[in-house]
Design a protein around this ligand. Sequence first.
Ligand SMILES: Cc1cc2nc3c(=O)[nH]c(=O)nc-3n(C[C@H](O)[C@H](O)[C@H](O)COP(=O)(O)OP(=O)(O)OC[C@H]3O[C@@H](n4cnc5c(N)ncnc54)[C@H](O)[C@@H]3O)c2cc1C
Length: 298
Amino acid sequence: MVRSNNLKVLIAGGGIGGLTALLALRARSIDAQLFEQTEAFRQVGAGIQLSSNATRILRTLGLGEALARVCVYPEGRDYRAWDDGDRLYYTPLGARAEAQFGAPYYHAHRADLLGVLLDGVANTGFRLNSRVEGFAQTTDCVTVTLADGTKVAGDVLIGADGIHSTVRGQLFGKELPRYTGNVAWRGLVPAERVVHLDLGSVTGVWMGPNRSIVQYYVAAGRTFNWIGISRSESRRANRGSPRDGLRMCSPNILAGTRPFAPLSPRPRASCGRRSTTANRCRIGGSGASSCWAMPRTR
Ligand SMILES: Cc1cc2nc3c(=O)[nH]c(=O)nc-3n(C[C@H](O)[C@H](O)[C@H](O)COP(=O)(O)OP(=O)(O)OC[C@H]3O[C@@H](n4cnc5c(N)ncnc54)[C@H](O)[C@@H]3O)c2cc1C
């Protein structure tokens, strides 16, 4: 049985989940230590949408003001046809969603969110350059082994080590993410390059057959983020040029089974050539599990 007082919790992985778990445990005066494999918390990634259930938790951890400073507070989610730009559907967000769900809906750059979490933990409670290679559990404790051979014991281990989780692999067997048959191109554009397109403070969703483009501002409105999702036989994931991104998103939309009109000018103009970065990522998922926890490992 795991004792509820004087617990020592070990956390594998310092991403969004791991750092939030560290903060939440500290808020309850529970001793926690986090192990992150990278040498430094890098300012990488692109846009992330934070719904009210996430921001409510981050607020209770004292991060509400810091989050508001770096995020964008969208007015709504605007669903439009990919070809003629007609509005198909609109979901209000902003003050209405905040009143209904008790916390705001935000757009954030992942690096900004990670920065807020890191400020929250005040640069303590974690070890960098510390890859968790495996763990052993007994009825009394769980011990992790780090890449340099160091062993650290605690009462509970939380696996927050992402999609290629070592902890999950040891618990339930190694499982490669299943390719969904979709790839996502994503890019970032300095906001001033798209301001004339009047894209609004919304989550813009451009919907086409087997294709979609999602766009929104991040970084307190300084940067515009776009994601173009389409079917692809190729699982190739790489960095590419913005031009590759546009080629990937829009011609593929046009290459459907029946004739298509061109992609609406606004997403076309904002997605491709004006971007400073563009990456192609495959979209994967993992199989459902009926059990996510063992006595000392979550
Ligand atoms: C570099 C990066 C950039 C991303 N960019 C975006 C983005 O732009 N938009 C978006 O929507 N999502 C992005 N994601 C994904 C998104 O952050 C996560 O899918 C989601 O937040 C789930 O968070 P998580 O904490 O479970 O995992 P992650 O955020 O993936 O974090 C897992 C952490 O665990 C560390 N780790 C992995 N294995 C070990 C190990 N064995 N020992 C110790 N540490 C380990 C990793 O280095 C990483 O820091 C990104 C993830 C990463 C890692």
